[in-house]
Design a protein around this ligand. Structure first.
Ligand code: ZN
Length: 353
């Protein structure tokens, strides 16, 4: 009798929660989120260069960690072939685990300064909202996953002995083809990919976002694309993970479009399971690729802000779980990327995610 009464009361409460207007449902209510502009304004100018060296990244992260007074923890996810640290920064202690990766391709730098700024914005201030967010999510960021490529401004890692598919002989491997979850990790020749895979297996993140750069393209409506995104397209990715990835993509599309002012299209990516976007979807995460277009120099800060907005919106949406109430079918209305911008430099290798 008593349990039935509770069941009825529970159903009524549940119905009330669904009937309540958005934002008023959950108890206790989340503190009001600061605007992304306000979060960005709190980050010190000159914290990190737009195209940082590994030493710049190390210095900037150390400064964030000092200012964050223990709220941003620094570590290493592994070592590159030249023994550079693969820097791992973590903010938050909450149950929802997130993993962001920047600059797997050494010549695609802008996700890295965005990540350092996001770590400051989420880890240094200590408002009620910040404490709430950090109690809900734990965000791991592999910052500049390809430091050996970054110092050479090259796509590949540094491995002169690299051979086989997805390698450039005498140069190195394309890290973003070596996340294949079907390959035994000890057989994987790419230390940067091994490190990210190991971090995945240690934490089972519900969300993985991988930040890259592409060339310059038109939207179908004739404006220039400033960013493209995509979810897992491998047939090996399960329906639930793909649905959640599409929800993540819709949330990011909206934030990048309406908060950052980006023109977002759907990236024409492949199905190969070694691509991080596919691999972490196959493993069960909501997984997404972000490609910032290589816009002219005066728009570099706008591009960094687009990635920053993506990182903050993903964290907020995971913390309040609004991502999982997004309609995944809306991903189909993200327009396909249009043709290359006439007159833009010839396609870079970076175009292959
Ligand atoms: Zn790339």
């Amino acid at each position: 009798m008593k349990s039935r009464l509770f069941a009825v009361a529970g159903a009524v409460l549940l119905a009330a929660a669904f009937a309540a207007p958005p934002g008023a449902a959950a108890a206790p209510a989340a503190p009001q989120a600061p605007s992304t502009a306000r979060l960005a304004a709190g980050v010190p100018a000159g914290l990190i260069p737009d195209r940082p060296t590994p030493e710049d990244v190390g210095r900037a992260l150390a400064r964030v960690a000092r200012a964050g007074d223990g709220r941003v923890r620094l570590g290493v996810a592994g070592r590159s072939n030249e023994h550079r640290p693969l820097r791992l920064a973590t903010v938050g202690t909450g149950p929802a685990r997130l993993l962001y990766v920047t600059q797997q391709h050494g010549d695609e730098p802008l996700g890295t300064p965005a990540a350092v700024r996001a770590l400051w914005a989420l880890g240094v201030p200590d408002t009620a909202w910040h404490r709430w967010l950090r109690s809900r999510v734990t965000i791991d960021i592999v910052v500049q996953a390809n430091p050996d490529g970054a110092v050479r401004n090259q796509r590949y890692n540094h491995d002169p002995g690299a051979t086989g598919e997805y390698s450039e002989p005498g140069v190195g491997y394309d890290i973003n083809r070596f996340h294949n979850p079907l390959t035994p990790i000890e057989d994987n020749p790419v230390p940067e990919a091994r490190a990210i895979l190991r971090r995945w297996h240690a934490t089972h993140p519900q969300i993985v976002v991988d930040y890259h750069m592409q060339g310059r393209y038109m939207q179908p409506d004739g404006r220039e694309t400033t960013a493209s995104i995509l979810w897992p397209t491998s047939a090996l990715a399960g329906d639930a993970a793909v649905t959640r990835s599409r929800q993540l993509a819709v949330r990011n599309h909206d934030a990048m479009t309406y908060v950052a002012g980006a023109n977002v299209s759907r990236y024409p990516g492949g199905d190969y399971e070694g691509i991080a976007r596919n691999a972490y979807g196959i493993l069960g995460s909501a997984s997404m690729l972000v490609e910032l277009s290589a816009l002219p120099e005066e728009q570099v800060d706008f591009q960094i802000r687009t990635a920053f907005v993506s990182m903050i919106a993903t964290a907020q949406g995971a913390a309040d779980r609004t991502i999982w109430r997004t309609d995944p079918e809306r991903a189909d209305s993200i327009p396909e990327r249009g043709p290359a911008l006439p007159g833009a430099s010839t396609l870079r290798r970076a175009d292959a995610a």
